[in-house]
Design a protein. Structure first.
Length: 257
C-alpha cells in the first residue's frame, strides 16, 4: 500500500474530488481527515470511508470553514489528537464564480473567491507545516485548475485565484524542500462533480452542456473524480519522491494547444 501508516488532511473532502481522493487514500492504507462546512455531506462521506473491519477509526470528518484561521488551527489540532501525526495535506476546497468579468464581480465575491481558493491554503499549510516537519517530511498537494494556466471569458476572479495557487505552490516548494516537504499542485480540466453539474444546469440543457464541455477537451470528454484522485495519490506518495514545485495539468489536453 502506498500510504501505509500515513495521516492525511483533505480539505473539501466531503464530496467531489476530495471525497474520491479520501477513498483512494484510505484504500492505500492512510488514515484520513476530511473537512467541509456541510455536516450532512460530511457524515455521508464518512460512512463511505469507514472501515468496519478496522479496530480503530480510519477516518474523521471535521466541520470547518477553511477561510478562518481558528478553524484551520482546529483541523490540524484535532487531526494530531486523533491520529498522532500528519504526513499529507491536500488543499482542495474551492468555489467557482462563472459569467463574471471583473466589472460584474462584487468586492464580496472577489474576497470569497480569494479567501476560499487561496487564503485557505496559506492558513491550513501554516498550521500543518510544523507537524509535517516533525514527521520527518511530507507532501502538500494543492488543487489549482487548468484555469490557473490559461484564462477564459467570465472567469476572471476564479482564474486569478487558481493562478495564485500555482505560484504559491512553487514558492512553498522552495521554502520547505530542505525539510523534505514536497509541494505540488494539480490543474484539472472539467471534472464530473457538483461544480460542473451546477454549471450545466445554469446552461439550461444539461445534455447539450455535457456535449459542449466535453468537446472543449481534446480527449472529447471530461475527467472522472477517480482519475484526478489518482494524480493526487501520485503526488502525495513516494512515487513522486523527486517532484516538487510542479503544476501538473490533468485536463484531457485542453492546455496543450
Ligand atoms: P465541489 O463543489 O464538489 O466540492 C467543493 C468542496 O470544497 C466541498 O467539499 C466544499 O465543502 C468545500 N468548500 C468550499 N468552500 C469551503 C469553505 N469555505 N470551507 C471549507 N470547505 C469548503 O467541487 P470539486 O470537487 O469539483 O472541487 C474541488 C476542487 O477542484 C476545487 O478547488 C475546484 O476549484 C477544483 N477544480 C474543479 C474542477 C471541476 O471541473 N470540478 C476543475 C478544476 C479544478 P462545503 O460546501 O461543505 O464547505
Amino acid at each position: 500500500m502506498k500510504l501505509a501508516n500515513r495521516v492525511a488532511i483533505i480539505s473539501g473532502g466531503n464530496r467531489g474530488i476530495g471525497l474520491a481522493t479520501a477513498k483512494l487514500f484510505c484504500r492505500e492504507g492512510a488514515r484520513v481527515v476530511i473537512t467541509g462546512r456541510d455536516e450532512t455531506a460530511g457524515r455521508a462521506a464518512l460512512a463511505q470511508l469507514a472501515d468496519s473491519a478496522a479496530r480503530e477509526p480510519n477516518a474523521l470528518f471535521i466541520s470547518a470553514d477553511v477561510t478562518q484561521n481558528d478553524a484551520c488551527q482546529r483541523i490540524v489540532k484535532e487531526t494530531i489528537d486523533a491520529f498522532g501525526r500528519l504526513d499529507i495535506l491536500f488543499n482542495n476546497a474551492g468555489i467557482i464564480l462563472r459569467n463574471r468579468s471583473i466589472e460584474a464581480t462584487t468586492e464580496d465575491e472577489w474576497d470569497a473567491m480569494m479567501n476560499t481558493n487561496v487564503k485557505s491554503m496559506f492558513l491550513l499549510s501554516r498550521a500543518a507545516l510544523p507537524h509535517l516537519r516533525a514527521a520527518g517530511g511530507g507532501a502538500i498537494v494543492n488543487t489549482s485548475s487548468y484555469l490557473g494556466l490559461v484564462g477564459a471569458p467570465g472567469l476572471a476572479a476564479y482564474s486569478a485565484s487558481k493562478g495564485a495557487v500555482i505560484n504559491l505552490t512553487r514558492a512553498m516548494a522552495l521554502d520547505h524542500a530542505r525539510d523534505k516537504i514536497r509541494v505540488n499542485c494539480i490543474c484539472p480540466g472539467s471534472v464530473e462533480t457538483d461544480m460542473i453539474y451546477t454549471a450545466w444546469q445554469a446552461y439550461g440543457d444539461v445534455d447539450q452542456a455535457a456535449r459542449v464541455w466535453s468537446a472543449k477537451h481534446p480527449l472529447g470528454r471530461i475527467a472522472s473524480v477517480d482519475e484526478v484522485a489518482r494524480l493526487a495519490l501520485f503526488l502525495a506518495s513516494d512515487d513522486s519522491s523527486f517532484i516538487t514545485g510542479a503544476a501538473i495539468p490533468i485536463d484531457g489536453g485542453i492546455t496543450a494547444g
